[in-house]
Ligand binder design. Structure first.
Ligand code: ASP
Length: 330
């Protein structure tokens, strides 16, 4: 029997059309004609389409993540898998947010997009879509991303290129599958959910991010009182300037105010390990939390999720250091 796949279209380049006058790409309800363009999809699965909103993914917000989670939760267990077509710009954030929101997923939730619209001759949309539908029927019970012949854990991905077809990497975790002549799923890496499916729509986004650079004037950064979480992006393994002590004093001040302070590295791969150098270990001593090997997307959405689930910051701090959905390796 044909598998049932719910296809949620949210916008992005994959379905955009070029405005004839200005030449810019604009979102379009391309699924109206999808099966005419890729009739093979019908052979792979019985596809049901939902379009809860439609825009360039730079407009994505917490409320849209909740809507997506709700559409998915409402269709489970009536489908064998879900595909979300999404703009590539914030796709890794949505994948990470959904991974925390959808606990013990009974079916695959696969996000994909494209660097060129489906309507363009040399587009990656067609193969990404076909691969995504195949993976949605694969039984990999994770929120994952299909792009350029790879299946990656959603909360491990990051967009690395604006113009290459190979636009998403998973710097600190191996692919869940390689999609070549054969589809090779690395089942040993795939998570096995334990327990019943649960939907956690709670989110809270009062977060500020301070990215360091040599010569930074930390006094320019003044997060207001209601800001509960601060992410400090330092260098290398998690170092910050010590000489004038301003950053360290700031971090101490935020912690004394009861906020959650996270330290991560600006580097694109490898774990943040503040224990290696003096400044990082001092930050750890005063209560700053290391992001270890999480991507920025995974860390910021984890804070959003945890701050939504807990009104007290000590619980957020405690849970931030535990893996929730395979987003970090301890
Ligand atoms: N700006 C587009 C978006 O994120 C880019 C893309 O889809 O590739 O919606």
């Amino acid at each position: 029997m044909k598998k049932k796949v719910l296809l949620i279209h949210t916008g992005g380049t994959i379905g955009m059309v070029r405005d004839t006058e200005s030449g810019v790409l604009k979102p379009d309800r391309f699924y109206d004609s999808l099966l005419k363009v890729i009739p093979e999809l019908d052979q792979l699965a019985e596809i049901q389409v939902e379009i809860p909103f439609l825009f360039d993914s730079s407009d994505m917000d917490l409320g849209h993540w909740e809507t997506l989670g709700r559409v998915i939760a409402d269709h489970i267990p009536g489908v064998d898998g879900v595909v979300i077509t999404h703009g590539t710009d914030t796709l890794a954030y949505t994948a990470s947010a959904l991974s925390y929101m959808l606990e013990n997923l009974p079916v695959p939730v696969i996000l994909t997009g494209a660097q060129k619209p489906l309507s363009d001759l040399r587009s990656d949309a067609r193969s990404n879509l076909i691969n995504a539908v195949e993976m949605a029927a694969s039984g990999v019970r994770e929120v994952a991303v299909v792009f350029d012949d790879k299946l990656l854990r959603g909360n491990r991905t990051t967009k690395v290129h604006t113009s290459h077809f190979d636009a998403f990497h998973s710097p600190n975790f191996p692919p869940l599958a390689e999609i070549g002549i054969n589809i090779e799923i690395a089942w040993s890496q795939v998570r096995t959910p334990q327990g019943p499916f649960r939907f956690h729509p709670e989110m809270e986004g009062s977060i500020a991010v301070l990215k360091l650079f040599p010569g930074i004037r930390p006094q320019y950064f003044q997060p207001p009182r209601e800001c509960r979480g601060i992410i400090l992006i330092g260098y290398g393994a998690g170092t910050v300037p010590m000489k004038y002590g301003e950053i360290v004093h700031k971090a101490e001040e935020w912690i004394n105010q009861g906020r959650v302070v996270v330290l991560m590295s600006e580097t694109k791969a490898g774990p943040t390990d503040p224990r290696l150098y003096e400044s990082g270990s001092h930050l750890l001593e005063i209560g700053v939390l290391p992001a270890w090997d999480m991507t920025f997307e995974a860390a910021v959405t984890k804070l959003i999720h945890l701050m939504g689930c807990h009104c007290d910051n000590p619980s957020v701090r405690h849970d931030f250091l535990q893996p929730i959905a395979g987003e970090m390796t301890l």
